[in-house]
Design a binder for this molecule. Structure first.
Ligand code: UD1
Ligand code: CA
Length: 461
């Protein structure tokens, strides 16, 4: 039997009070719905349908062709949302796994387990539930005197006794696809809210079909996120569980509660991560590297034993045994070679460096191809921008760039060149040359008194 996932992602997310549609809101820099789709893709489910509506372009842009779409034009409730999928799903034979788009923490092994349980119990509908000490906001699971589930009552429709029920609806349902559409059509408008509640399917189906519940053990993974406080709780949970996974596989973390690692980051064993560090995107950190404190690494590769301290590394690569920081900024597409030193207040953008190159302090390198063992003196700059266009700087191997040198691009500095401090270089320099481009110094004897009073002399009198 084929298995389908149906993600309810058309809602407005009014309680979020943000412009972004709720399901597109990021947790650890990744949209909530992406977590859901990623896990479904890894599960035994064959096809994914997302119901979109409110700001659907944003959701479709995020998911592209990974899922097919059904559109719910007007947001008339979760039951109405499912009905909107009829054109793409109604005729299919199989089992449908319904999930809300605001429940990003369920992982695929649990999805598979729930589907297996549904099949093994021979259910027509399985409602996934959890026990909450503080069930506010969730639909309560109502059972008869034999313990059989007979319905779900939303918080605002609960009487005082029902409000005390601690078993709640997760909004995950596993259901025979044919029966789903048969019964979802029978759902009536909720008189109070004027919406069609998918939860009503339980009361409608349980008379004639086998309706059961499955209680998940950890209520965190089925938590529904409705507001920014919910986002922070999910983020903390995800951060702790990701960090734990890395620590158990040999990554040392100092003050892990201040360290945030994205879901897709790969970290090899023997890496040390210091406090207040964020590593996200498709980043890979290789063996023995040291990251932090106070650093941010996004979509980058950090090779073996490199060190990134108090620095920002975006879309860049740092070679083995290279040190970056403190206070360096690899802005984007910086490819730094092995055994380099990128020091204090150095910014690098769209540039590559060969092995053993050093840019230790107050340097800007942009649009440059730089060779091996180049030494940049303090304050040297590749002047890449003329106000209209960006230009390239090419520097060979074993070049010494003195302090405060301006290299006006486009320019080529060949191997073994020595450039005197303070030079503003506008023309290419041939191999092995010494270049100096600054005014000659003039010393006018006994002339300074025209500008300054010799204070120390005065003090002596
Ligand atoms: C829902 C359940 C509640 C359950 C809770 C679990 C209903 C009526 N209530 O409540 O029993 O305990 O989830 O988290 O189902 N959506 C649409 N179209 C709509 C309305 C909603 O696609 O017209 C989507 C939303 O984008 C969201 C999901 O459905 O991803 C759930 O909607 P939400 O408004 O968050 O439902 P809850 O009030 O949390
Ligand atoms: Ca919700």
């Amino acid at each position: 039997m084929k298995k389908y996932a149906l993600i309810l992602a058309a809602g407005k997310g009014t309680r979020m009070r943000t412009d972004l549609p709720k399901v597109a809101f990021p947790i650890l820099k990744k949209a909530m719905i992406e977590y859901i789709v990623e896990n479904i893709e890894k599960s035994s489910i064959d096809e994914i349908v997302a119901i979109v509506g409110h700001k659907k372009e944003v959701v479709q842009e995020l998911l592209g062709s990974r899922v097919s779409y059904a559109v719910q034009e007007e947001q008339l409730g979760t039951g109405h949302a499912v009905l909107s999928a009829a054109p793409v799903l109604e005729d299919k034979v199989g089992t449908t796994f319904i999930l809300p788009g605001d429940m990003p923490l369920m992982e695929y092994p649990l999805m598979d387990k729930l589907i297996r349980a549904h099949e093994e119990m021979g259910n027509d509908l399985t409602v996934v539930t959890m026990m909450m000490d503080y069930p506010k906001g969730y639909g309560r699971i109502v059972r008869d005197e034999y313990g059989i589930v007979t319905g779900i009552v939303e918080e605002n429709d609960c009487n005082e006794t029902q409000k005390l029920i601690k078993e709640v609806n997760s909004s995950v349902y596993i259901v025979n696809n044919k029966l789903l559409f048969e019964y979802v059509r029978k759902i009536q408008k909720n008189p109070r809210k004027g919406e069609y509640y998918l939860t009503d399917i339980v009361a409608l189906m349980h008379q004639d079909h086998k309706v059961n519940t499955f209680i998940v053990r950890n209520p965190m993974v089925t938590m529904g996120i409705n507001d920014l406080y919910g986002i922070s709780i999910a983020e903390k949970y995800l951060r702790d569980s990701i960090n734990k996974g890395h620590m158990l596989s040999g990554v040392s973390m100092i003050n892990p509660e201040t360290i945030t690692i994205g879901h897709n980051v790969v970290i090899e064993e023997g890496v040390w991560i210091y406090p207040n560090t964020t590593i996200t995107g498709n980043t890979v950190i290789k063996k023995g590297a040291i990251i932090g404190p106070n650093s941010e690494v996004v979509d980058s590769i950090i090779h073996e034993h490199a060190e990134i301290r108090h620095s920002i590394v975006l879309k860049s690569e740092v070679g083995a045994y290279t040190t970056v920081g403190p206070f360096a900024h690899l802005r984007e597409h910086a490819v730094i070679g092995e055994h380099n030193r990128i020091g204090n207040f150095v910014e690098v953008k769209k540039s590559t460096t060969g092995e053993g190159t050093k840019a230790a302090h107050l340097i800007y390198l942009g649009d440059a191809t730089i060779g091996k063992n180049v030494n940049f003196g303090c304050g040297s700059v590749t002047v890449n921008y003329d106000g209209v266009k960006k230009h390239q700087t090419v520097i060979g191997d074993d070049v010494f760039v003195g302090c405060n040198v301006n290299l006006i691009a486009p320019i080529k500095v060949n191997d073994n060149v020595f450039i005197a401090a303070g030079s503003t270089v506008t023309e290419d320099i041939p191999k092995g040359a010494f270049a100096i481009a600054r005014n000659k110094q003039i010393n006018k004897e006994d002339y300074s008194k025209n500008y300054i009073e010799p204070k120390s002399e005065k003090a002596k009198l």
